[in-house]
Design a protein around this ligand. Structure first.
Ligand code: SF4
Ligand code: SF4
Length: 299
């Protein structure tokens, strides 16, 4: 299948040192997420708001919510303790772009105090088009968009509603607006040279076959990586599909889908679905060392 070296040089230069994208780099560089974004502007059927957003994080763990000031302090504390700290992401617990003041204030504070740290964010994409210029202004290195469908009829089964233009919109109409914004946002970012990764949650019987079409749609709009993640299904994750709950895919089903997409573009298979307040090298979680109490005591 396609390897990382098939990427254009300017993209490869960014990717090769990135802990989340390069198998090689993730042993040497650390990343952290700060949980500054509590609100969300859509409802996913696989989400229950008690946990971190599945945009970029493992559901089932509750992250500590921070103000932008606390978050930037935490970043500085972590960067002085973990020298490999190179990437700061905002990924939840809700949608970063449904909390634009908090998200961009955090970026502003970090850019002012630690300009070498690369910034990233993940989003469901609904509010992406209106924020692309601000994202570019803050030199955000890469954006992850969670895209689970390009067909509103499939979308209506995944998203009961969105909140847009000060009102709640339901069903197929909601999914249609969401997919339009996701596609337009993706195009606008890649036109500006911002790296875009797409995450998809594989939901058996709902979008499993359809994700091959999603793969084509995001590749043609310049996404450099497609990360297909399994739905994590259990009562405590709050998956509300169907009456008896929706099962997640088997490892075999996931691999078969990833294989049928591979060759189309780079697929990411080592994502750890980190929590929204993850700290450290990939696969490692040092968040307990950096709780707000401890950071405020570091004065
Ligand atoms: Fe990287 Fe995936 Fe973790 Fe995000 S969730 S920091 S992309 S490994
Ligand atoms: Fe939950 Fe994230 Fe979906 Fe919002 S975008 S409903 S926080 S999974």
């Amino acid at each position: 299948g396609a390897g990382e070296n098939d990427l254009p040089q300017e993209i490869w230069d960014k990717v090769k040192n990135h802990p989340c994208y390069s198998e090689e780099a993730h042993h040497h560089y650390a990343r952290m997420h700060v949980a500054v974004a509590p609100a969300c502007n859509i409802q996913c059927n696989y989400c229950n708001r008690k946990y971190d957003c599945a945009n970029e994080s493992r559901p089932g763990v509750v992250s500590e919510k921070l103000t932008p000031e606390q978050a930037s302090k935490k970043v500085l504390a972590v960067a002085s303790t973990i020298p490999q700290m190179t990437v700061l992401g905002i990924a939840g617990p809700g949608d970063p772009l449904a909390n634009p003041e908090k998200t961009f204030k955090t970026f502003e504070l970090i850019a002012a105090t630690a300009p070498d740290i690369k910034l990233c964010l993940s989003t469901n994409g609904l509010a992406l088009p209106e924020h692309v210029d601000t994202i570019a202004k803050f030199n955000v290195d890469h954006v992850t968009i969670t895209i689970n469908m390009v067909d509103p009829d499939v979308g209506a089964q995944i998203y009961p509603w969105i909140y847009y233009n000060h009102k709640r919109i339901y069903g197929r109409e909601a999914a249609e607006i969401l997919t339009q914004h996701q596609m337009r946002g993706l195009e606008m970012l890649t036109e500006r040279g911002i790296l875009c990764k797409v995450n998809s949650v594989m939901i058996p019987g709902i979008n499993d076959k359809h994700l091959v079409e999603v793969n084509r749609a995001v590749k043609s709009r310049g996404a450099f990586l497609h990360n297909i993640m399994p739905l994590i299904s259990s009562p405590e994750h709050g998956t509300v599909f169907g009456l008896n709950g929706q099962r997640g895919p088997t490892a075999q089903e996931l691999k078969a889908l990833q294989d049928s997409c591979e060759g189309e573009m780079n697929m990411m298979r080592h994502c750890r679905q980190c929590r929204a307040d993850a700290v450290g090298l990939l696969g490692e979680d040092r968040s307990a060392e950096f709780t707000t109490d401890k950071i405020m005591a570091m004065e």
